[in-house]
Design a protein around this ligand. Structure first.
Ligand code: MN
Length: 355
């Protein structure tokens, strides 16, 4: 073999692959695409025609914004596995973008409220109230109840504790938020207040138990008189029942949810997945999601622990919420439904109506 007979020079290869010679030299250094041959005397790089396909794939993946380590991984895979990897990468991008979109929306609402506060200092013009009920139940299988549920005039909260000290931990997290219930909360100040409160709750959890072995989910809504601020971490959930439709307004921070997001698992398969109770985030691990919701008269909110959603399907939850106008009755019927389905976990529900 003389070596360069069927080879393309870097210039020809660059034109054919629509990559610049500079990019090709970079990919060589990064070991993404090594030339088929490097002349030992001149140092010139030569490429084989068969390398064009890989070069194009590298270029496309760069355009997609995939990090170099990911590109290296995809290039080493068979086409079907490479397709799965790209789908998973894109799902992660969309999830991250959704979190950033929510944060951007939150900041827009927050700053709009701060701006409006100059016109009507510290006060909301709409004065709506909450009618609420909360109940937490041990279920039929667990030896103790590690959930905590709370509802007051301004604060609604559900926490699902885990670890040997799960019960005091979830209790401490909710207790640390309780001061919000008696404080006047102007909508423009709610971001600072919630951040402060969550920091307090995290400290409280660390105070009562070893954070290496214990933790808790926390899903809470803070009422300002016209808006609801939501703080959420873990796999407890918040739902909104509006105009007969049930909408989930939180995203589970769980292993199973991330597999669903990445297209590796269907929601149907998730129910029986061995890791279905594993959390990606909880209080003391990770940052909670923050959101601000505009509320309307007639809205109904549900906060619940996974003891409800693991065994009662969403269409049934919607039926029970619709059939029981009284919050107290709605909460009872949801807890009963979880226990009728075997009650395998502690179950907590908070229902609040905007009236
Ligand atoms: Mn649970």
């Amino acid at each position: 073999m003389s070596g360069t007979g069927n080879m393309l020079t870097i210039g020809t290869f660059a034109r054919a692959s629509r990559l610049s010679p500079k990019a090709l030299r970079l990919y060589d250094e990064l070991e993404l695409l090594r030339p088929a041959r490097v002349d030992p005397d001149s140092g010139y790089r030569y490429y084989a025609v068969e390398q064009l396909e890989r070069a194009r794939l590298v270029a496309w993946l760069r355009r997609l914004g995939m990090p170099l380590a990911g590109i290296r991984e995809v290039c080493a895979l068979e086409p079907a596995a490479a397709a799965r990897e790209i789908r998973a990468f894109w799902a992660r991008v969309e999830t991250e973008t959704a979190v950033r979109r929510d944060l951007a929306g939150f900041l827009v609402d927050h700053l709009t409220a701060v701006g409006a506060a100059g016109v009507v200092p510290g006060k909301d013009t709409t004065m709506l109230e909450l009618r609420y009920a909360a109940h937490s139940d041990r279920g039929l299988v667990r030896p103790s109840n590690q959930d905590t549920a709370y509802a007051g005039t301004r604060l609604l909260a559900v926490a699902d504790g885990f670890g040997p000290e799960g019960a005091p931990v979830s209790g401490a997290a909710v207790e640390a938020l309780r001061f919000l219930d008696t404080e006047e909360v102007p909508a423009g100040n709610v971001l600072n207040l919630l951040e402060e409160a969550v920091r307090g709750a995290t400290d409280a959890v660390r105070d009562v138990a070893d954070p290496a072995e214990n933790g808790t989910t926390l899903t809470a809504l803070l009422w300002t008189g016209s808006k609801l601020a939501l703080v959420h971490i873990g796999d407890s959930r918040a739902y909104l029942l509006r105009d007969g439709g049930l909408f989930r307004i939180t995203h589970d921070h769980s292993v199973v949810q991330s597999l669903i997001d990445e297209g590796r698992l269907t929601p149907e398969e998730a129910g029986s997945h061995p890791q279905r109770t594993m959390l990606l985030k909880a209080l003391t691990i990770g940052t909670p999601d923050l959101k601000l919701h505009d509320s309307r008269r007639g809205d109904r909110y549900l906060l619940c622990s996974d003891g409800l959603t693991a065994v009662v399907p969403e269409h049934r939850i919607r039926e029970l919420l619709t059939a029981n106008p009284d919050p107290e009755e709605a909460v009872r019927s949801l807890v009963d439904a979880a226990n009728e389905a075997g009650g395998p976990d502690n179950v907590s529900c908070v229902v609040a109506d905007v009236v």
